[in-house]
Ligand binder design. Structure first.
Ligand code: SAH
Ligand code: SF4
Ligand code: F3S
Length: 459
């Protein structure tokens, strides 16, 4: 572990930058792609930028430092990033002091980073996922007109003590681990995020205490596979128990859970711990045993269904969401039907669906029988239709249901309505005063609204 809380070199770099540019009123803008991991990394970079004397810009046009924090989990992310970077050229002509940086998972792929560096000479700074802690040193050089590209091999260290500029609101993220060891054959994440490493439980709990003191009510514990968290004798269910007892915390969520590591102990913890949301994001990926085997997921469809029924019997009102890939190499119509089948059997409350996208360097990209784009598209549409049918079915049982929601904001799509989520992630809309934002209220569900629930406040 590296603790940067009192790191003099880092702090003095940020102080030097601040004394150089602090009075210039410079602004930063970070555009983030990909998952919550990246969103949270962006909050850490923003934390360092604020220490360097920058303030947040409302738009790219307003900014003196623009950073794209990129994702490469699917191919289209890459195309979009290259397009967006190209667009900044014009802004650089309008604002000669504008600095452009690109970081994140896509930049951890050295060949892609090199291509971007060569193609866009106006990009000032490129760095990979393992370089976050060195950001102020790189920024200092860029401010001295150096062009930097910095992609290091994975060092596997847990970094503590970086400043964080959290998105305002009631809900925030806390990392519990980094990286992934699972090597699902379609997935690039283990290659760009490195090996799995867990933070110390004590550091996690302290950070949760800090965010509660800042006014956050809900914390989402983040990891590529939180179920395999382990540090000094503390496993994930024990960590949940420790965080659950932080005074002032209202709700506790976590993601993502790999089905192969979902233990009875975790199901018990979900059932018994009062602050833990009765919701689990449990990516199934496919309903076909043969495809699951070739994806290296290490469970079968029936093992997955067994977990679902265990969850349903032990955790009251639990809701399950998922990720699904269609068109994995060699997927037959039968395999695809098995996926539609499992979707009907589980009754998800939501699902993210993807057409398989070959990622260079992964095992599946080299597998024979890659599926034609057209077929992937058809299957994706068909699967989405099955979900559009099955998701609302699950909503009907909520009519008459009572529970607590944490009011998040006001929705203006039709008449203004407050909205917030039940413990199990179901969204409920209610009439009420805006002053209730950020508070927990008790509601009764009266009907359905779009894909969500509509009700009234009862206390
Ligand atoms: N660690 C998490 C999230 C991984 S990325 C997990 O294990 O669930 C989020 C989702 O993107 C995955 O669950 C998967 O459904 C999808 N995904 C990953 N690689 C993909 C690829 N090459 N093509 C299409 N979808 C992919
Ligand atoms: Fe990717 Fe699988 Fe790791 Fe999730 S568990 S990040 S899908 S390799
Ligand atoms: Fe997340 Fe995309 Fe990286 S999904 S871990 S930002 S490749």
């Amino acid at each position: 572990m590296i603790d940067l809380t009192n790191d003099t070199a880092l702090n003095s770099a940020m102080e030097r930058i601040c004394s150089k540019i602090g009075d210039m009123g410079l602004k930063y803008y970070i555009e983030t792609y990909g998952c919550q991991m990246n969103e949270h990394d962006s909050e850490k970079i923003a934390g360092m930028l604020v220490k360097c004397g920058y303030t947040k810009a409302d738009s790219k046009q307003d900014a003196d430092f623009i950073l794209f924090n990129t994702c490469c989990v699917r191919e289209h992310a890459e195309l979009r990033t290259f397009g967006n970077v190209g667009f900044i050229k014009e802004l650089k002509q309008l604002n000669p002091r504008l600095i452009l940086g690109v970081c994140g998972c896509m930049m951890q792929q050295k060949d892609v980073a090199d291509k971007l560096y060569k193609r866009f000479p106006f990009v000032d700074l490129i760095f990979g996922t393992h370089e976050l802690k060195n950001f102020p040193f790189m920024l200092e050089k860029v401010l001295d007109n150096e062009r930097i590209i910095n992609i290091s091999e994975m060092n596997g260290e847990v970094i503590e003590g970086l400043p964080v500029e959290r998105t305002p609101g009631f809900s925030t993220f806390v990392n519990i681990m980094y990286g992934c060891n699972n090597f699902c054959t379609y997935c690039i994440v283990p290659y760009v995020r490195g090996r799995e490493r867990s933070r110390r439980a004590e550091d996690v709990v302290n950070e949760v205490r800090e965010v509660v003191a800042l006014g956050y009510k809900e914390v989402t514990l983040l990891g590529q596979n939180v179920n395999s968290y382990y540090s000094d004798g503390v496993n994930f269910p024990k960590l949940l128990e420790m965080v659950n007892s932080v005074p002032g915390l209202t709700r506790l969520r976590f993601m993502t859970s790999h089905p192969k590591d979902l233990s009875d102990e975790l199901i018990e913890a979900m059932a018994k711990l009062d602050k833990v949301g009765k919701h689990i994001h449990l990516p199934v990926q496919s309903g076909s045993d043969e495809i699951l085997r070739r994806m290296n997921r290490r469970y079968t469809a029936s093992q997955y269904l067994e977990l679902v029924s265990k969850l349903r019997s032990k955790v009251k009102d639990v809701e399950i969401t998922t990720d699904i890939i269609v068109g994995f190499p060699g997927e037959t119509e039968e395999d695809f039907e098995a996926t539609c089948d499992i979707v009907r059997k589980v009754g998800y409350s939501n699902a993210y669906t993807f057409a398989y996208s070959p990622r260079e360097g992964t095992i599946a990209a080299k597998m024979p029988d890659q599926i034609a784009q057209e077929v992937k598209k058809q299957r994706l549409n068909k699967l989405n239709a099955v979900l559009a049918e099955t998701i609302p079915c699950g909503n009907k049982k909520y009519i008459g249901f009572e529970g607590d929601i944490l009011i998040e904001g006001v929705d203006h799509r039709a008449e203004p309505l407050l909205f917030g989520k039940l413990s199990n992630f179901k969204m409920v809309y209610v009439q009420g005063d805006e002053k209730l934002i950020g508070t927990m209220v008790h509601v009764k569900v009266d009907g359905l609204r779009f894909n969500s629930l509509f009700g009234h406040i009862t206390d």
